[in-house]
Design a protein around this ligand. Sequence first.
Ligand SMILES: [Fe+2]
Length: 915
Amino acid sequence: MLKPHVYHPIANKTLLLPLHKPFLHGAAFGFLPLSPSSSSSSSSSLSKTGKGLKARSVPNRTKATLDSTSTALTDDVGSVSVVKAFVTVKQTVGGFITNLGFQRGLDDIQDLLGKSLLLELVSAELDPKTGQEKETIKAYAHRVKQKGDDVTYEADFNVGQEFGEIGAVLVQNEHHKEMFLTDILLQGLGFPDSHPIIINCNSWVHAKFDNPQKRVFFTHKSYIPSETPSGLKRLRNEELEALRGNGVGERKSFERIYDYDVYNDLGEPDSDPNKKRPVLGGNKLFPYPRRCRTGRPRCKTDPESETRSSNIFYVPRDECFSEVKQLAFSAKTFYSVFHAVVPSLQSAFVDKDLGFPYFTAIDKLFNEGIHLPPQTGQTLWRSILPRLLKVISDTNALRFETPETMSRDKFCWFRDEEFARQTLAGINPYALQLVTEWPMKSKLDPEIYGDPVSAITKEMIERQIKGYMTLEEALEQKKLFVLDYHDLLLPYVKKVRELPGTTLYGSRTLLFLDTDEILRPLAIELTRPPMDGKPQWRDVYTPAWDSSGVWLWRLAKAHVLAHDSGYHQLISHWLRTHCCTEPYIIATNRQLSEMHPIYRLLHPHFRYTMEINALAREYLICVDGIIETSFSPSKYCMELCSVAYDLLWRFDHQALPADLISRGMAVEDPTAPHGLRLTIKDYPLANDGLDLWDILKEWVSDYVNHYYPNASLVESDEELQAWWTEIRTVGHGDKKDEPWWPVLKTPQDLIQIVTTITWVTSGHHASVNFGQYTYAGYFPSRPTIARRNMPTEEASEKDWEFFMKKPEVLLLKCFPSQIQATTVMAILDVLSNHSPDEEYLGEKSESAWADNPVIKAAFEKFNGRLMELEGIIDERNANRDLKNRTGAGVVPYEFLKPFSEPGVTGKGVPYSISI
Ligand SMILES: [Fe+2]
């Protein structure tokens, strides 16, 4: 069954009237009741729209001249103007059947009666005589026309001159169904030089039958708290209170409450004690960022864990995917893969542990495809998964697109230079570090984990670099680099090896920076700690010229690639972008009003992230999810992710320049571009990323400096201070006592914090996400799991004999099983996809930005510099001297090219983490 999140049927399905298309479906939104002190005339309620609001400012009022979109809108009656409101409501494109029910019939009767939407205009000013809020002006909007999926409702208001500037519109949805409000247009304002006010809502408005509270849509103008118009102060505060909720009860799908919880819903202990998983976050053993609170019931057998059985992973209503995204691409594709493709694969592969018998069998995935058992719904899948599912000779076949890497160079996965190049220009360019001590040493307890000193020796290195330089010279000249997965993985080796179908080592991979800025792998060290009465075991493999040595090197490389795949997916991708961003989103919605300029700056960077993260909890990172079943650490994947958060993650290092410095990949140098001198000059992530970082920082600086011309405004902004405090002490509360958290006292502090957050959601995520199919779609190039120990590890004679006779078969047995490989390939294809409604960085201005001339000009500069970056990246990719990003058969480095068309393109930097 497909189960799109945005679609939670609640209606009685009895069909009364065969009416026109239903409204975008779903349950409605709700708010907490207002405090009893709320005035009845302006009984607000409170909202945050799905998009930034837009409205032009309203100057002093007099008779208005109206634009041509409607007729005869002004009717001056003495000091009263007739203001017309046009509300656009979007209908579904899918025509969900549950909306064709009994309540839909009632809603059409409401429409006929002209009582569909109750609107109230809110004055931005207090009454000067009483000092109280002015009475709101109410009118019902009635349905007047439909064009395509857009239905227009219209209302007339008699607005007296004394009413002053309109600051907000309250909306009550009289239907039984929630409605998706696109915008509200107010015309006939009767002011000199007045323009119509357009409020871009793009938000779900709950039915009053679900929650009687009204929604508020503020006009577009941004205010720091101290500058809030007097008539809107109460609304501003009450809106935030409503969005925070009260922390109790199970969240309903129509609600808009943003609250925190720990990751206690990854296991299913009630169904099987072996499916219990530790709570991540809120404890010293497994610190972790917070997720969105759903309030589902606790498990019977483990009161610390939340049940997964309700089958709905709540996210605040406006965080759900849009209909375009839902119907056309990601969410629905996601569901299709999980509910149709994965079960089909499971039935196609009877033996779950079976690997590929030959390399040619892997090639068949891309030409003949896998023949799947017939199942209902496969015709539907083909329309949803056109890339994956192809009809070949009327058979049901799952055929994969050939990844770009393979179509350019079929043998690239085999070669050491490509393995090394991808540490700088692949999908995990965030792990390579400069070697700064020799010999390399572990920080783990030698009593438990054995000799901490690396077994890679000076002699091993010099055997390969002699003629160039000595080891000491290589260290001195910063020529040695390491992929260090030793200390992170070694503590899990024993536990993982107790699980069936997997194994693990700690690993160190040493690379040398050769001439022409090319990296050359020199050595791989694999380590097993003392365990089961056996001493520590480790071995070092080097590129070889004898057959056994060559195959051992390939096997060792497969292990390192599996480590790197796990690090990429769990840490560089999930933890550092998806997971760590969720607390920023929650805090932003709880602490910054929708009219706060920083809310409006950050808003596009948070689009769809909570929804995709909820999907990840539901299908990817949970017990028996794709991550557990397909990656080497198996059930310990998420524990490891928590350990990495504990050991490695710090907010200040998420800024690209600081990240590079922390890994020894750059040093500060005021004379160098970006103020940084790169250790490896041809480092595509750093080259393009620093350009993008600077462009983002300039945009954020222009924006912040406009609203915060001096430091005192930052310090005295209570919403902003509460926001930053909550991020540090609640959302990332397990790290609240760390000394490295930046302070927030000056505009410069704010610029650095906001640029860091926006870089993480845009550039960082794009660089690790959209190339996943390109680089890992042919799984031998990046296996997610290595399933066999090295034949050199206390090999029995039989094992060694097998290796000597059939080394290729041993490598295939080490690679993922057929079901693991194909499942991951299908998922990576979906994750690498740009939806048709993707919003790329700097491509389109938020409405609120466009209406402020200073911000508009800054945005245009931002956009211009991004267009320029497109050209710069193209030029770099055409420069033959930059061998880490261009060359025979090499896929050019385009992950940080700002713009893209839909599909799997390997380029394009969206504002947000949307997939
Ligand atoms: Fe992602």
